[in-house]
Design a protein around this ligand. Structure first.
Ligand SMILES: Cc1cc2nc3c(=O)[nH]c(=O)nc-3n(C[C@H](O)[C@H](O)[C@H](O)COP(=O)(O)O)c2cc1C
Length: 333
């Protein structure tokens, strides 16, 4: 595989916080990780050290913002400069009502000139590449021609990368969850976009799960972004570094190694005064489809970890799990 081919883990509100991202690094060193979406007003009026904090182990890391005004977007990007993210991404794909009320997210696909101006403004204060994540369309402007027109206008601002979720969003009538499942995936539209604009960099997103899925996109596109599967089945992330041109695949991970890494993270978290559930809530998919998964999930009942004394020790976690390598187990899924 071309070593430039990028695999990234999608921005997901409430899921891809710093603790999930640090956990994800147990499985993949190379994948690009994203923050949760943070709105420009939140950055401008919020507690920056809390909102924008991350651990250097999370890099390469992209900050995703939502904005509806070029001026605010530029100021938000400027405020983030000291945090030295590797890229800044504009969210033009989120269909939630709350986001639409702020005129953020997917509804901006109806205003390509405004999106172009926001990207231009972000670039004016950013020291790092500025990228965009969007849908293939919204509502009744969901044809390929609309998508092409959108990109033609936005590209006047030259974003460094387009991450395209291969389904339209229906802003009225479907909630965000339904908007991630009901509109059919149209990968061909994303491939066609890359063909029609060969000089832009395009990543594809939506419904990608397995190593085989990833490989099927490689001939047509510059990268893939994976959301739910990475979160709900984190061990599947071990494939990412293997697929992206490592000369020798990284050594396989054993359960014990994974648990030892989690234990280290746990200690760091406690040292920083964070309650344990902020890490453990992200682990419930860790052994998805594997022997011991149910016991593990039961053990991780988030409520139990509101009490720090109830959080598991590494030894308890070891005792729950069979000492098989993740390799073997991934082969079985
Ligand atoms: C819980 C959750 C939160 C999400 N939050 C965001 C977000 O903050 N910004 C964004 O651009 N997309 C967000 N998404 C959409 C994902 O980034 C991704 O585009 C979508 O899930 C499709 O990819 P997948 O099929 O690999 O999950 C979210 C998805 C989920 C499941």
């Amino acid at each position: 595989m071309n070593p430039e081919f990028r695999i990234s883990v999608a921005p997901m509100v409430d899921w891809t916080d710093t603790w999930f991202r640090q956990f994800a690094r147990i499985f993949t060193k190379k994948a690009w990780l994203y923050t949760e979406m943070i709105t420009a007003p939140a950055i401008l009026h919020g507690d920056l050290s809390r909102l924008l904090y991350y651990d250097s182990a999370e890099k390469p890391l992209v900050l995703q913002i939502a904005a509806d005004s070029p001026e605010e977007a530029a100021r938000a990007v400027n405020a983030a400069v000291p945090f030295a993210y590797d890229e800044i991404n504009l969210n033009v794909g989120c269909p939630s009502d709350k986001v639409q009320k702020g005129r953020f997210g997917a509804c901006l696909m109806a205003e390509p000139e405004l999106v172009r101006d926001i990207i231009t403004a972000m670039k004016s204060t950013s020291l790092v590449p500025v990228t965009i994540k969007h849908r293939i369309g919204i509502d009744d402007t969901g044809t390929y021609d609309h998508l092409k027109q959108f990109v033609q206008i936005v590209n006047e601002a030259r974003p460094s990368r387009y991450i395209v979720h291969g389904r339209i969003a229906l802003l009225k009538g479907l909630d965000p969850r339904q908007n991630r499942t009901i509109p059919p995936l149209r990968y061909e539209d994303v491939y066609r976009l890359k063909k029609d604009f060969p000089h832009i960099t395009v990543d594809i997103n939506g419904g990608i799960k397995t190593a085989r899925d990833i490989e099927s996109h490689v001939p047509f596109i510059d990268g893939v972004m994976i959301g739910r599967e990475a979160y709900e089945n984190p061990a599947s992330m071990v494939w990412y570094d293997r697929l992206t041109g490592e000369e020798a695949p990284p050594p396989s991970l054993s359960y014990r190694q994974v648990i030892a890494c989690i234990h280290k993270l746990d200690q760091r978290m406690r040292a920083s005064g964070e309650p344990p559930w902020r890490l453990y809530r992200h682990l419930s998919g860790l052994f998805k489809n594997m022997r011991g998964a149910k016991e593990f999930r039961r053990f991780l009942d988030a409520k139990a970890f509101k009490d720090p004394a109830a959080a598991p020790t590494a030894e308890t976690l070891y005792s729950l799990l069979p000492p098989q390598t993740l390799d073997t187990l991934l082969g079985e899924t």
